[in-house]
Design a protein around this ligand. Structure first.
Ligand code: PRP
Ligand code: URA
Length: 216
């Protein structure tokens, strides 16, 4: 039987009361920036648990106070956490608490307000990114333009093992990613209804970057 978080179609929507509760607080327009940032980090911790489930491990010898045994440890090159600026930064910091040896990549993108197309302004990746497990993070998956642009760049850089983690997505964004990157698994804390005519997710939470950083 499938677990509540399993998905046959390349998308996992994490089903957990703690996640749902925190998502509702995040949506609330009266939630201030400090609380919003904390909630984004807490939701990232809870959902990264699912999104990083594939990381490889190997058995290593360990001596406990009671006995010698063999026990699993993460193996291979450290994973790369790639955050789409600005809003992805809070998710990067949360994942680094789980994977402190992770390497970090940054991709600066903003959506053109008229065309909604991503405009790139910064790119810096860790060395050997093509040989690492990559987790791409951005709280919002709306049209999917930003995520697809990021995945294009990572694929061109030689990355073949990429997962996407977002907090809120919508069917349009999921379809856009899978049209071009069908093998990229997406983990979400919530899958919302649709986009509005300004390409904002409905019901969504508004502009994630502005709410995180208190800008307008
Ligand atoms: C937001 C969000 C994503 C993008 C999603 O960033 O953090 O990067 O929009 O929209 P899309 O799926 O339609 O591309 P924004 O462009 O507002 O930049 P910011 O993080 O600097 O505020
Ligand atoms: N970017 C956001 O921050 N929110 C949306 O709803 C869509 C794009």
């Amino acid at each position: 039987m499938a677990s509540p978080s399993d998905s046959p179609n390349g998308v996992t929507v994490v089903q957990h009361p703690l996640v749902s509760h925190k998502i509702t607080m995040l949506r609330d327009e009266t939630t201030n920036s400090a609380a919003f940032r904390s909630l984004c980090q807490e939701i990232t911790l809870l959902t990264a648990y699912e999104a990083l489930r594939h990381l490889p491990t190997e058995l290593v010898p360990v001596r406990t106070p009671v006995a010698e045994t063999r026990s699993p440890m993460l193996t291979g090159l450290a994973p790369a956490v790639v955050g789409i600026l600005r809003a992805g930064l809070v998710m990067v910091e949360a994942i680094l608490t789980l994977v402190p040896h992770g390497r970090v990549g940054h991709l600066g993108l903003y959506r053109d307000p008229d065309t909604h197309q991503p405009v790139e302004y910064y790119r810096k990746f860790p060395e050997q990114i093509d040989q690492r497990d990559v987790i791409l993070v951005d709280p919002m998956l709306a049209t999917g333009g930003s995520a697809t642009h990021a995945l294009d760049i990572l694929t061109e850089a030689g990355c073949s093992n990429i997962k996407m983690l977002s907090i809120i997505g919508c069917p349009e964004g999921v379809a856009a990613i899978h049209a071009k990157h069908p093998n990229v698994h997406i983990t979400l804390a919530a899958l919302d209804e649709r986009l509005n005519d300004k390409a904002y997710i409905v019901p969504g939470l508004g502009d994630a970057g502005d709410r995180i950083y208190g800008t307008k």
